[in-house]
Design a protein around this ligand. Structure first.
Ligand code: DMJ
Length: 637
Protein backbone atom coordinates (compact mmCIF):
# COMPACT_ATOMS: atom_id res chain seq x y z
CA UNK A 1 0.00 0.00 0.00
CA UNK A 2 2.68 2.37 1.00
CA UNK A 3 4.77 1.64 -2.10
CA UNK A 4 1.91 2.53 -4.31
CA UNK A 5 1.90 5.96 -2.84
CA UNK A 6 5.51 6.55 -3.81
CA UNK A 7 5.59 8.61 -6.95
CA UNK A 8 7.24 7.12 -10.03
CA UNK A 9 7.47 3.48 -8.87
CA UNK A 10 6.64 1.01 -11.58
CA UNK A 11 4.79 -2.22 -10.84
CA UNK A 12 7.85 -4.36 -11.55
CA UNK A 13 10.19 -2.38 -9.36
CA UNK A 14 12.92 -2.79 -11.94
CA UNK A 15 12.34 0.67 -13.25
CA UNK A 16 13.10 2.41 -9.93
CA UNK A 17 15.14 5.58 -10.04
CA UNK A 18 18.31 5.75 -7.90
CA UNK A 19 16.75 8.07 -5.29
CA UNK A 20 13.76 5.77 -5.00
CA UNK A 21 16.01 2.77 -4.46
CA UNK A 22 17.75 4.68 -1.70
CA UNK A 23 14.50 5.52 0.09
CA UNK A 24 13.43 1.90 -0.15
CA UNK A 25 16.69 0.61 1.32
CA UNK A 26 16.52 3.16 4.10
CA UNK A 27 13.04 2.00 5.00
CA UNK A 28 14.11 -1.65 4.93
CA UNK A 29 17.10 -1.11 7.17
CA UNK A 30 14.91 0.87 9.62
CA UNK A 31 12.52 -2.05 9.79
CA UNK A 32 15.30 -4.55 10.51
CA UNK A 33 16.74 -2.35 13.28
CA UNK A 34 13.29 -2.02 14.84
CA UNK A 35 12.74 -5.77 14.87
CA UNK A 36 16.16 -6.41 16.37
CA UNK A 37 15.65 -3.72 19.01
CA UNK A 38 12.34 -5.28 19.99
CA UNK A 39 14.25 -8.42 21.05
CA UNK A 40 15.55 -6.56 24.09
CA UNK A 41 12.04 -6.15 25.41
CA UNK A 42 11.23 -9.85 25.21
CA UNK A 43 11.53 -11.94 28.40
CA UNK A 44 14.87 -13.70 28.83
CA UNK A 45 13.20 -17.05 28.35
CA UNK A 46 12.22 -16.41 24.72
CA UNK A 47 14.46 -18.57 22.58
CA UNK A 48 14.68 -16.09 19.76
CA UNK A 49 16.26 -13.61 22.17
CA UNK A 50 18.91 -16.07 23.37
CA UNK A 51 19.80 -16.85 19.77
CA UNK A 52 20.27 -13.26 18.73
CA UNK A 53 21.67 -11.63 21.88
CA UNK A 54 24.89 -12.59 23.56
CA UNK A 55 24.89 -14.42 26.89
CA UNK A 56 26.36 -11.59 28.95
CA UNK A 57 23.57 -9.22 28.08
CA UNK A 58 20.76 -11.48 29.18
CA UNK A 59 21.90 -14.23 31.52
CA UNK A 60 20.51 -13.81 35.03
CA UNK A 61 23.24 -14.21 37.64
CA UNK A 62 22.26 -16.99 40.01
CA UNK A 63 24.23 -16.11 43.08
CA UNK A 64 21.27 -15.75 45.36
CA UNK A 65 23.21 -13.83 48.02
CA UNK A 66 21.47 -11.46 50.34
CA UNK A 67 23.06 -8.49 48.70
CA UNK A 68 21.78 -9.50 45.35
CA UNK A 69 18.36 -10.00 46.77
CA UNK A 70 18.51 -6.61 48.37
CA UNK A 71 19.59 -5.08 45.13
CA UNK A 72 16.57 -6.54 43.44
CA UNK A 73 14.25 -5.35 46.15
CA UNK A 74 15.59 -1.81 45.98
CA UNK A 75 14.46 -1.35 42.44
CA UNK A 76 15.90 0.91 39.83
CA UNK A 77 16.27 4.11 41.85
CA UNK A 78 19.57 3.04 43.29
CA UNK A 79 21.08 2.13 39.96
CA UNK A 80 22.22 5.72 39.84
CA UNK A 81 24.48 5.04 42.78
CA UNK A 82 26.13 2.27 40.91
CA UNK A 83 27.29 4.59 38.22
CA UNK A 84 30.99 5.20 38.43
CA UNK A 85 31.91 2.36 40.74
CA UNK A 86 35.41 1.01 40.54
CA UNK A 87 35.84 -1.36 37.64
CA UNK A 88 38.11 -4.39 37.64
CA UNK A 89 40.83 -2.25 36.11
CA UNK A 90 40.53 0.36 38.76
CA UNK A 91 38.78 2.68 36.35
CA UNK A 92 35.38 4.12 36.96
CA UNK A 93 32.65 2.74 34.83
CA UNK A 94 29.29 4.13 33.90
CA UNK A 95 28.13 0.82 32.52
CA UNK A 96 27.68 -1.57 35.42
CA UNK A 97 24.90 -3.92 34.51
CA UNK A 98 22.04 -4.81 36.81
CA UNK A 99 21.97 -8.35 38.09
CA UNK A 100 18.93 -10.44 38.80
CA UNK A 101 18.45 -12.52 41.90
CA UNK A 102 17.73 -16.19 41.65
CA UNK A 103 15.04 -16.00 44.27
CA UNK A 104 12.16 -13.68 44.89
CA UNK A 105 12.53 -11.69 48.07
CA UNK A 106 9.96 -10.48 50.56
CA UNK A 107 10.55 -7.34 52.61
CA UNK A 108 11.06 -8.40 56.23
CA UNK A 109 9.50 -6.29 59.02
CA UNK A 110 12.91 -5.45 60.51
CA UNK A 111 13.98 -3.96 57.21
CA UNK A 112 11.37 -1.32 57.69
CA UNK A 113 13.03 0.00 60.85
CA UNK A 114 14.36 3.50 60.49
CA UNK A 115 17.95 3.33 59.40
CA UNK A 116 17.81 -0.08 57.80
CA UNK A 117 17.31 1.26 54.29
CA UNK A 118 20.27 3.53 54.74
CA UNK A 119 22.38 0.68 55.89
CA UNK A 120 21.17 -1.50 53.11
CA UNK A 121 21.98 1.12 50.49
CA UNK A 122 25.42 1.63 51.94
CA UNK A 123 26.04 -2.08 52.11
CA UNK A 124 25.02 -2.42 48.53
CA UNK A 125 27.23 0.39 47.37
CA UNK A 126 30.15 -0.93 49.34
CA UNK A 127 29.63 -4.50 48.28
CA UNK A 128 29.63 -3.36 44.68
CA UNK A 129 32.81 -1.43 45.27
CA UNK A 130 34.31 -4.31 47.14
CA UNK A 131 33.42 -6.95 44.64
CA UNK A 132 34.77 -4.76 41.87
CA UNK A 133 37.96 -4.28 43.79
CA UNK A 134 38.23 -7.90 44.70
CA UNK A 135 37.70 -9.03 41.13
CA UNK A 136 41.05 -7.40 40.47
CA UNK A 137 42.73 -9.93 42.62
CA UNK A 138 41.28 -12.87 40.79
CA UNK A 139 41.43 -11.59 37.25
CA UNK A 140 44.57 -9.43 37.54
CA UNK A 141 45.79 -8.94 33.92
CA UNK A 142 46.35 -5.24 33.59
CA UNK A 143 44.82 -4.72 37.00
CA UNK A 144 45.53 -1.47 38.73
CA UNK A 145 48.00 -1.68 41.60
CA UNK A 146 46.06 1.15 43.18
CA UNK A 147 42.96 -0.96 43.50
CA UNK A 148 45.04 -3.74 45.00
CA UNK A 149 46.24 -1.22 47.60
CA UNK A 150 42.67 -0.44 48.46
CA UNK A 151 41.90 -4.10 49.00
CA UNK A 152 44.96 -4.41 51.20
CA UNK A 153 43.98 -1.40 53.24
CA UNK A 154 40.63 -2.97 53.97
CA UNK A 155 42.20 -6.23 54.98
CA UNK A 156 44.21 -4.38 57.62
CA UNK A 157 41.16 -2.98 59.38
CA UNK A 158 40.44 -4.79 62.65
CA UNK A 159 36.70 -4.38 62.37
CA UNK A 160 34.60 -4.74 59.28
CA UNK A 161 35.00 -2.02 56.69
CA UNK A 162 32.42 0.75 56.70
CA UNK A 163 29.05 -0.32 55.54
CA UNK A 164 29.09 -3.97 56.48
CA UNK A 165 28.13 -3.29 60.08
CA UNK A 166 25.04 -1.27 60.52
CA UNK A 167 25.93 0.97 63.43
CA UNK A 168 22.22 0.77 63.98
CA UNK A 169 21.38 1.09 67.66
CA UNK A 170 18.96 -1.46 68.97
CA UNK A 171 16.62 0.77 70.92
CA UNK A 172 13.86 2.46 68.94
CA UNK A 173 14.34 5.90 70.49
CA UNK A 174 17.98 6.09 69.43
CA UNK A 175 17.04 4.86 65.98
CA UNK A 176 14.48 7.61 65.62
CA UNK A 177 16.96 10.18 66.83
CA UNK A 178 19.48 9.04 64.28
CA UNK A 179 16.84 9.27 61.58
CA UNK A 180 16.16 12.82 62.67
CA UNK A 181 19.82 13.73 62.27
CA UNK A 182 19.82 12.17 58.84
CA UNK A 183 16.79 14.24 57.91
CA UNK A 184 18.65 17.37 59.06
CA UNK A 185 21.60 16.42 56.87
CA UNK A 186 19.33 15.94 53.90
CA UNK A 187 17.59 19.23 54.53
CA UNK A 188 20.89 21.11 54.83
CA UNK A 189 22.23 19.38 51.73
CA UNK A 190 19.10 19.80 49.59
CA UNK A 191 19.05 23.52 50.25
CA UNK A 192 22.73 23.88 49.54
CA UNK A 193 22.15 22.02 46.31
CA UNK A 194 19.19 24.11 45.32
CA UNK A 195 20.59 27.54 46.11
CA UNK A 196 24.36 27.34 46.29
CA UNK A 197 25.48 24.36 44.22
CA UNK A 198 29.18 24.57 43.46
CA UNK A 199 29.73 27.55 45.79
CA UNK A 200 31.52 27.02 49.07
CA UNK A 201 28.66 27.54 51.49
CA UNK A 202 24.95 28.26 51.55
CA UNK A 203 23.47 31.54 52.70
CA UNK A 204 20.12 30.18 53.83
CA UNK A 205 18.26 33.45 54.35
CA UNK A 206 19.17 35.13 51.08
CA UNK A 207 19.19 31.73 49.33
CA UNK A 208 22.46 32.12 47.52
CA UNK A 209 26.00 30.87 47.69
CA UNK A 210 29.01 32.13 49.59
CA UNK A 211 32.52 31.82 48.23
CA UNK A 212 34.72 33.58 50.79
CA UNK A 213 38.46 33.86 50.62
CA UNK A 214 39.73 30.89 52.60
CA UNK A 215 40.06 28.38 49.80
CA UNK A 216 42.02 30.27 47.17
CA UNK A 217 39.57 29.90 44.33
CA UNK A 218 38.66 26.32 45.14
CA UNK A 219 34.91 25.81 45.10
CA UNK A 220 32.40 23.35 46.47
CA UNK A 221 33.72 23.25 50.07
CA UNK A 222 30.32 22.04 51.30
CA UNK A 223 30.36 19.27 48.71
CA UNK A 224 33.82 17.98 49.60
CA UNK A 225 33.11 18.36 53.31
CA UNK A 226 29.86 16.39 52.95
CA UNK A 227 31.00 13.38 50.92
CA UNK A 228 31.73 11.09 53.87
CA UNK A 229 28.76 12.26 55.96
CA UNK A 230 26.37 11.56 53.10
CA UNK A 231 27.99 8.19 52.52
CA UNK A 232 27.90 6.95 56.10
CA UNK A 233 24.32 8.19 56.54
CA UNK A 234 23.27 6.19 53.50
CA UNK A 235 22.20 9.29 51.56
CA UNK A 236 23.58 7.66 48.48
CA UNK A 237 21.73 9.58 45.83
CA UNK A 238 23.11 12.77 47.37
CA UNK A 239 26.54 11.19 47.73
CA UNK A 240 26.39 10.28 44.04
CA UNK A 241 25.66 13.90 43.12
CA UNK A 242 28.54 15.06 45.29
CA UNK A 243 30.94 12.51 43.80
CA UNK A 244 29.92 13.40 40.25
CA UNK A 245 30.48 17.08 40.97
CA UNK A 246 33.95 16.38 42.35
CA UNK A 247 34.77 14.31 39.29
CA UNK A 248 33.53 16.81 36.73
CA UNK A 249 33.77 20.21 38.37
CA UNK A 250 36.27 20.33 41.21
CA UNK A 251 38.80 22.55 39.50
CA UNK A 252 42.20 22.34 41.13
CA UNK A 253 43.87 24.71 38.70
CA UNK A 254 42.90 27.80 40.66
CA UNK A 255 45.67 30.20 41.53
CA UNK A 256 44.06 32.10 44.36
CA UNK A 257 45.32 32.65 47.87
CA UNK A 258 44.23 29.98 50.26
CA UNK A 259 44.55 29.08 53.91
CA UNK A 260 46.87 26.08 53.94
CA UNK A 261 45.15 24.83 57.09
CA UNK A 262 41.59 25.12 55.79
CA UNK A 263 42.38 23.56 52.43
CA UNK A 264 44.13 20.74 54.20
CA UNK A 265 41.49 19.90 56.80
CA UNK A 266 38.47 20.31 54.50
CA UNK A 267 39.59 19.44 50.96
CA UNK A 268 42.51 17.10 51.56
CA UNK A 269 40.79 15.51 54.55
CA UNK A 270 37.44 15.27 52.76
CA UNK A 271 38.89 13.69 49.63
CA UNK A 272 41.05 11.25 51.59
CA UNK A 273 38.06 10.04 53.60
CA UNK A 274 35.93 9.75 50.52
CA UNK A 275 38.61 7.59 48.95
CA UNK A 276 39.03 5.33 51.97
CA UNK A 277 35.30 4.90 52.45
CA UNK A 278 34.39 4.21 48.85
CA UNK A 279 37.53 3.07 47.02
CA UNK A 280 36.85 5.54 44.20
CA UNK A 281 40.22 6.09 42.51
CA UNK A 282 39.11 9.50 41.30
CA UNK A 283 39.23 10.85 44.87
CA UNK A 284 42.75 9.60 45.25
CA UNK A 285 43.89 11.22 42.02
CA UNK A 286 42.31 14.52 43.03
CA UNK A 287 43.79 14.55 46.50
CA UNK A 288 47.28 13.76 45.25
CA UNK A 289 47.02 16.55 42.71
CA UNK A 290 45.93 18.95 45.42
CA UNK A 291 48.56 17.75 47.88
CA UNK A 292 51.32 18.67 45.46
CA UNK A 293 50.05 22.20 45.26
CA UNK A 294 50.51 22.63 48.98
CA UNK A 295 54.19 21.72 49.04
CA UNK A 296 55.62 25.16 48.16
CA UNK A 297 54.17 26.51 51.43
CA UNK A 298 57.03 24.72 53.19
CA UNK A 299 59.71 26.66 51.34
CA UNK A 300 60.70 28.82 54.30
CA UNK A 301 64.05 29.02 56.12
CA UNK A 302 62.79 26.63 58.82
CA UNK A 303 60.39 24.53 56.80
CA UNK A 304 57.54 25.81 58.98
CA UNK A 305 54.87 26.73 56.45
CA UNK A 306 53.25 30.12 56.32
CA UNK A 307 49.51 30.41 56.72
CA UNK A 308 48.52 31.58 53.26
CA UNK A 309 49.55 29.97 50.01
CA UNK A 310 49.02 30.79 46.36
CA UNK A 311 47.64 27.63 44.80
CA UNK A 312 48.92 28.62 41.36
CA UNK A 313 52.26 27.82 39.83
CA UNK A 314 54.05 30.57 41.76
CA UNK A 315 53.39 28.72 45.03
CA UNK A 316 54.29 31.86 46.96
CA UNK A 317 53.23 31.94 50.57
CA UNK A 318 52.94 34.53 53.28
CA UNK A 319 51.74 34.98 56.82
CA UNK A 320 48.35 36.25 57.85
CA UNK A 321 48.29 40.04 58.17
CA UNK A 322 46.88 39.73 61.68
CA UNK A 323 49.50 37.28 62.95
CA UNK A 324 52.13 39.08 64.99
CA UNK A 325 55.44 39.74 63.27
CA UNK A 326 54.89 37.50 60.28
CA UNK A 327 54.43 34.45 62.45
CA UNK A 328 52.84 31.13 61.64
CA UNK A 329 50.06 29.75 63.82
CA UNK A 330 50.54 26.62 65.95
CA UNK A 331 47.08 25.22 65.20
CA UNK A 332 47.68 25.72 61.48
CA UNK A 333 51.13 24.28 60.87
CA UNK A 334 50.50 21.73 63.63
CA UNK A 335 47.38 20.37 61.92
CA UNK A 336 48.82 18.79 58.81
CA UNK A 337 50.29 15.59 60.15
CA UNK A 338 47.43 13.12 59.69
CA UNK A 339 46.55 14.15 56.15
CA UNK A 340 50.17 14.42 55.02
CA UNK A 341 51.00 10.94 56.25
CA UNK A 342 48.17 9.60 54.15
CA UNK A 343 49.36 11.61 51.15
CA UNK A 344 52.69 9.81 51.42
CA UNK A 345 50.97 6.52 51.97
CA UNK A 346 48.85 6.87 48.84
CA UNK A 347 51.43 8.46 46.58
CA UNK A 348 54.43 6.45 47.71
CA UNK A 349 56.22 9.80 47.93
CA UNK A 350 57.87 10.38 51.33
CA UNK A 351 58.03 14.14 50.83
CA UNK A 352 54.77 14.78 52.69
CA UNK A 353 55.90 12.81 55.71
CA UNK A 354 59.25 14.58 55.64
CA UNK A 355 57.59 18.01 55.69
CA UNK A 356 55.47 17.28 58.73
CA UNK A 357 58.18 15.35 60.54
CA UNK A 358 60.41 18.38 60.17
CA UNK A 359 57.75 20.48 61.94
CA UNK A 360 57.44 17.84 64.64
CA UNK A 361 61.22 17.68 65.26
CA UNK A 362 61.57 21.42 65.42
CA UNK A 363 58.75 21.76 67.95
CA UNK A 364 60.05 18.87 70.00
CA UNK A 365 63.50 20.32 70.46
CA UNK A 366 62.41 23.91 71.13
CA UNK A 367 62.53 25.50 74.54
CA UNK A 368 58.98 25.66 75.86
CA UNK A 369 57.83 28.07 78.56
CA UNK A 370 56.61 25.86 81.43
CA UNK A 371 56.40 23.03 78.94
CA UNK A 372 53.70 24.94 77.01
CA UNK A 373 53.52 25.58 73.28
CA UNK A 374 52.84 29.23 72.44
CA UNK A 375 50.52 29.93 69.51
CA UNK A 376 52.83 32.05 67.33
CA UNK A 377 56.14 30.98 65.83
CA UNK A 378 58.38 32.67 63.28
CA UNK A 379 58.84 30.57 60.11
CA UNK A 380 62.08 32.47 59.51
CA UNK A 381 63.91 32.19 62.83
CA UNK A 382 62.02 29.26 64.27
CA UNK A 383 61.45 30.99 67.59
CA UNK A 384 58.27 31.79 69.49
CA UNK A 385 56.90 35.21 68.75
CA UNK A 386 54.49 35.68 71.68
CA UNK A 387 53.74 33.73 74.79
CA UNK A 388 50.04 33.23 74.26
CA UNK A 389 48.92 29.66 74.94
CA UNK A 390 45.46 28.30 74.30
CA UNK A 391 43.76 24.96 73.92
CA UNK A 392 41.08 26.88 72.02
CA UNK A 393 41.55 28.91 68.82
CA UNK A 394 45.13 29.20 67.48
CA UNK A 395 46.41 26.21 69.45
CA UNK A 396 43.63 23.59 69.61
CA UNK A 397 44.14 21.04 66.88
CA UNK A 398 47.92 20.92 67.30
CA UNK A 399 47.36 18.95 70.55
CA UNK A 400 44.61 16.94 68.91
CA UNK A 401 46.97 15.88 66.10
CA UNK A 402 49.65 14.72 68.54
CA UNK A 403 47.50 12.07 70.17
CA UNK A 404 45.79 11.21 66.89
CA UNK A 405 49.16 10.80 65.14
CA UNK A 406 50.05 8.25 67.77
CA UNK A 407 46.74 6.43 67.34
CA UNK A 408 46.83 6.60 63.56
CA UNK A 409 50.31 5.08 63.53
CA UNK A 410 48.87 1.97 65.19
CA UNK A 411 50.49 3.23 68.38
CA UNK A 412 54.01 3.11 66.99
CA UNK A 413 54.72 6.86 66.89
CA UNK A 414 56.24 7.13 70.36
CA UNK A 415 57.47 10.66 69.80
CA UNK A 416 53.93 11.91 69.23
CA UNK A 417 52.75 10.06 72.33
CA UNK A 418 55.47 11.52 74.54
CA UNK A 419 54.89 15.03 73.21
CA UNK A 420 51.14 14.71 73.76
CA UNK A 421 51.33 13.58 77.39
CA UNK A 422 54.01 16.16 78.24
CA UNK A 423 51.89 18.90 76.68
CA UNK A 424 48.82 17.68 78.56
CA UNK A 425 50.72 17.70 81.85
CA UNK A 426 51.81 21.27 81.20
CA UNK A 427 48.26 22.26 80.30
CA UNK A 428 46.92 20.70 83.48
CA UNK A 429 49.55 22.36 85.59
CA UNK A 430 49.10 25.81 84.09
CA UNK A 431 45.73 26.16 82.36
CA UNK A 432 43.19 23.80 83.91
CA UNK A 433 41.14 25.55 86.56
CA UNK A 434 38.17 24.91 88.81
CA UNK A 435 35.53 27.63 89.01
CA UNK A 436 33.89 28.86 92.21
CA UNK A 437 30.87 26.77 91.27
CA UNK A 438 33.02 23.69 90.78
CA UNK A 439 33.26 23.64 86.98
CA UNK A 440 36.53 22.48 85.45
CA UNK A 441 37.73 24.62 82.54
CA UNK A 442 40.80 25.37 80.45
CA UNK A 443 41.86 28.99 80.75
CA UNK A 444 44.14 30.83 78.33
CA UNK A 445 47.66 31.81 79.31
CA UNK A 446 49.39 35.05 78.35
CA UNK A 447 52.98 35.08 79.48
CA UNK A 448 52.05 33.62 82.84
CA UNK A 449 48.81 35.56 83.33
CA UNK A 450 45.58 33.60 83.12
CA UNK A 451 42.58 34.75 81.13
CA UNK A 452 39.64 32.89 82.67
CA UNK A 453 37.90 32.31 79.43
CA UNK A 454 37.14 29.15 77.49
CA UNK A 455 36.28 29.26 73.81
CA UNK A 456 33.72 26.99 72.18
CA UNK A 457 36.64 25.73 70.11
CA UNK A 458 38.38 24.52 73.29
CA UNK A 459 35.43 22.24 74.03
CA UNK A 460 36.84 19.64 71.63
CA UNK A 461 39.35 18.92 74.42
CA UNK A 462 36.84 16.85 76.41
CA UNK A 463 36.86 14.35 73.56
CA UNK A 464 40.60 14.60 73.03
CA UNK A 465 41.54 14.00 76.67
CA UNK A 466 39.08 11.11 76.79
CA UNK A 467 40.43 9.59 73.60
CA UNK A 468 43.99 9.74 74.90
CA UNK A 469 43.16 8.48 78.41
CA UNK A 470 43.54 4.81 77.66
CA UNK A 471 47.19 5.06 76.66
CA UNK A 472 48.46 6.85 79.76
CA UNK A 473 51.16 4.95 81.72
CA UNK A 474 49.29 3.96 84.85
CA UNK A 475 45.74 2.93 85.76
CA UNK A 476 45.53 5.98 88.03
CA UNK A 477 46.44 8.32 85.20
CA UNK A 478 44.01 6.60 82.85
CA UNK A 479 41.19 7.12 85.30
CA UNK A 480 42.34 10.64 86.00
CA UNK A 481 42.25 11.63 82.31
CA UNK A 482 38.88 10.03 81.81
CA UNK A 483 37.57 12.03 84.78
CA UNK A 484 39.13 15.22 83.44
CA UNK A 485 37.55 14.60 80.04
CA UNK A 486 34.14 14.09 81.66
CA UNK A 487 34.52 17.27 83.72
CA UNK A 488 35.43 19.41 80.72
CA UNK A 489 32.58 17.96 78.70
CA UNK A 490 30.24 18.70 81.59
CA UNK A 491 31.42 22.32 81.70
CA UNK A 492 30.87 22.71 77.98
CA UNK A 493 27.40 21.25 78.36
CA UNK A 494 26.77 23.83 81.08
CA UNK A 495 27.68 26.60 78.65
CA UNK A 496 24.78 25.35 76.51
CA UNK A 497 22.40 24.66 79.39
CA UNK A 498 22.82 28.18 80.78
CA UNK A 499 21.65 29.93 77.64
CA UNK A 500 18.10 30.71 76.54
CA UNK A 501 18.52 28.79 73.29
CA UNK A 502 20.35 25.81 74.84
CA UNK A 503 23.18 26.46 72.40
CA UNK A 504 26.57 27.62 73.60
CA UNK A 505 28.32 30.96 73.00
CA UNK A 506 31.57 31.41 71.10
CA UNK A 507 33.39 32.00 74.38
CA UNK A 508 32.36 31.83 78.02
CA UNK A 509 34.00 33.13 81.14
CA UNK A 510 34.68 32.29 84.75
CA UNK A 511 35.37 35.69 86.25
CA UNK A 512 33.41 38.75 87.36
CA UNK A 513 30.71 36.43 88.68
CA UNK A 514 30.35 34.57 85.39
CA UNK A 515 30.20 30.78 85.37
CA UNK A 516 30.31 29.29 81.87
CA UNK A 517 28.46 32.25 80.35
CA UNK A 518 29.56 34.90 77.87
CA UNK A 519 29.95 38.34 79.33
CA UNK A 520 30.77 40.23 76.16
CA UNK A 521 28.22 40.90 73.45
CA UNK A 522 30.78 39.91 70.87
CA UNK A 523 31.11 36.39 72.35
CA UNK A 524 27.42 35.50 72.32
CA UNK A 525 27.14 34.05 68.84
CA UNK A 526 26.90 30.40 67.77
CA UNK A 527 27.91 29.49 64.23
CA UNK A 528 26.82 25.83 64.13
CA UNK A 529 30.13 24.70 65.59
CA UNK A 530 30.68 21.02 66.42
CA UNK A 531 33.16 20.92 69.34
CA UNK A 532 30.76 20.35 72.23
CA UNK A 533 28.88 17.64 70.35
CA UNK A 534 32.20 16.14 69.27
CA UNK A 535 33.08 15.64 72.94
CA UNK A 536 29.65 14.09 73.61
CA UNK A 537 30.33 11.59 70.83
CA UNK A 538 33.74 10.55 72.17
CA UNK A 539 32.53 10.39 75.75
CA UNK A 540 29.60 8.26 74.69
CA UNK A 541 31.91 5.85 72.92
CA UNK A 542 34.26 5.72 75.89
CA UNK A 543 31.77 5.44 78.75
CA UNK A 544 28.34 4.63 77.29
CA UNK A 545 26.88 6.94 79.87
CA UNK A 546 23.41 7.73 78.46
CA UNK A 547 23.64 11.36 79.50
CA UNK A 548 25.82 12.08 76.48
CA UNK A 549 23.10 10.94 74.13
CA UNK A 550 20.61 13.04 76.07
CA UNK A 551 22.84 16.08 75.79
CA UNK A 552 23.23 15.45 72.08
CA UNK A 553 19.50 15.29 71.70
CA UNK A 554 19.11 18.61 73.56
CA UNK A 555 21.44 20.10 70.95
CA UNK A 556 19.37 18.62 68.11
CA UNK A 557 16.22 20.18 69.53
CA UNK A 558 17.93 23.53 69.97
CA UNK A 559 19.34 23.46 66.43
CA UNK A 560 15.91 22.66 65.07
CA UNK A 561 14.26 25.39 67.06
CA UNK A 562 16.72 28.22 66.63
CA UNK A 563 18.95 27.50 63.66
CA UNK A 564 16.68 25.79 61.16
CA UNK A 565 15.21 28.31 58.75
CA UNK A 566 13.15 27.83 55.65
CA UNK A 567 16.10 27.11 53.39
CA UNK A 568 18.77 25.50 55.53
CA UNK A 569 20.47 25.99 58.87
CA UNK A 570 21.93 29.27 60.03
CA UNK A 571 24.15 30.41 62.87
CA UNK A 572 22.66 32.79 65.42
CA UNK A 573 23.98 36.05 66.81
CA UNK A 574 22.97 35.72 70.43
CA UNK A 575 22.47 32.42 72.23
CA UNK A 576 20.92 34.28 75.18
CA UNK A 577 18.04 35.63 73.15
CA UNK A 578 15.25 33.24 72.33
CA UNK A 579 14.10 35.37 69.40
CA UNK A 580 16.90 34.38 67.08
CA UNK A 581 18.81 36.75 64.86
CA UNK A 582 20.36 34.60 62.13
CA UNK A 583 23.76 35.16 60.60
CA UNK A 584 22.73 33.80 57.19
CA UNK A 585 25.50 31.19 56.93
CA UNK A 586 25.38 27.42 56.80
CA UNK A 587 29.00 26.56 57.51
CA UNK A 588 30.45 23.60 55.65
CA UNK A 589 31.65 22.14 58.97
CA UNK A 590 28.02 21.83 60.06
CA UNK A 591 27.61 19.10 57.43
CA UNK A 592 31.03 17.65 57.90
CA UNK A 593 31.29 17.67 61.67
CA UNK A 594 28.25 18.73 63.68
CA UNK A 595 25.79 16.45 61.93
CA UNK A 596 28.29 13.61 61.52
CA UNK A 597 29.15 13.56 65.23
CA UNK A 598 25.44 13.63 66.08
CA UNK A 599 24.79 10.77 63.70
CA UNK A 600 27.62 8.75 65.24
CA UNK A 601 26.37 9.58 68.73
CA UNK A 602 23.07 7.88 67.87
CA UNK A 603 24.75 4.94 66.13
CA UNK A 604 26.36 1.84 67.56
CA UNK A 605 30.13 1.88 67.96
CA UNK A 606 30.68 -0.35 64.95
CA UNK A 607 30.07 2.54 62.58
CA UNK A 608 33.61 3.86 62.08
CA UNK A 609 35.09 2.14 65.15
CA UNK A 610 37.79 4.08 66.96
CA UNK A 611 40.14 1.10 66.73
CA UNK A 612 40.35 1.58 62.99
CA UNK A 613 39.55 5.21 62.28
CA UNK A 614 40.91 8.53 63.42
CA UNK A 615 38.90 11.66 62.69
CA UNK A 616 40.79 14.63 61.38
CA UNK A 617 39.93 17.98 62.89
CA UNK A 618 37.15 18.47 60.33
CA UNK A 619 35.68 15.05 61.33
CA UNK A 620 36.89 13.28 58.19
CA UNK A 621 37.69 9.67 59.12
CA UNK A 622 41.17 8.43 58.19
CA UNK A 623 42.19 4.82 58.72
CA UNK A 624 44.86 3.70 61.15
CA UNK A 625 48.00 2.93 59.13
CA UNK A 626 49.03 -0.62 60.03
CA UNK A 627 52.34 -0.56 58.24
CA UNK A 628 53.37 -4.12 59.07
CA UNK A 629 50.05 -5.49 57.92
CA UNK A 630 50.02 -3.39 54.76
CA UNK A 631 53.41 -4.70 53.78
CA UNK A 632 52.47 -8.28 54.43
CA UNK A 633 48.86 -8.49 53.39
CA UNK A 634 48.46 -10.09 50.02
CA UNK A 635 45.93 -8.33 47.85
CA UNK A 636 44.12 -11.53 47.02
CA UNK A 637 41.33 -12.72 49.26
C1 DMJ B 1 36.42 23.36 61.95
O1 DMJ B 1 36.78 23.81 60.70
C2 DMJ B 1 37.48 22.51 62.56
O2 DMJ B 1 36.95 21.78 63.60
C3 DMJ B 1 38.64 23.30 63.07
O3 DMJ B 1 39.57 22.51 63.73
C4 DMJ B 1 38.16 24.36 64.02
N1 DMJ B 1 37.07 25.10 63.56
C5 DMJ B 1 36.01 24.51 62.79
C6 DMJ B 1 34.74 24.21 63.53
O4 DMJ B 1 34.42 25.01 64.56
Amino acid sequence: MFFRKLPGVSASGMGLRLSQKFVFLLFLSGLVTLCFGALFFLPDSVRLKRIFLSKTETQPVTVGSENDAREHRKGSKDQDHLRGLTSPKGETSTKLKTRKPSVSYELKPEDRLPGSKAQEDRTLLRSKTESAAERVTSSDHGASTDTRDYVKFKKCLLKAAPGTEPGTASDPQTLLRREKVKEMMKFAWDNYKQYAWGKNELRPLTRNGHIGNMFGGLRGASIVDSLDSLFIMGLLEEYGDARDWVRSSLDLSSNGEASLFEVNIRYVGGLLSAYYLTGEEMFKQKVLELGEKLLPAFNTPTGIPRGVINLGSSGTSWSWGWASAGSSILAEFGTLHLEFLHLSQLSGNPVYTEKVMNIRKLLNRMEKPHGLYPNFLSPVTGSWVQHHVSVGGLGDSFYEYLIKSYLMSDKTDQEAKTMYYSALEAIEANLVQKSVGGLTYMAEWRGGILDHKMGHLACFSGGMVGLGADDADTPQKRQHYLDLAAEITHTCHESYARSATKLGPEAFRFDGGAEATATRLSDRYYILRPEVIESYMYMWRLTHDPKYREWGWEAVEALEKHCRVESGFSGIRDVYSSSASHDNMQQSFFLSETLKYLYLLFSDDDLLPLEDWVFNTEAHPLPVIRQACLQEAPAAA
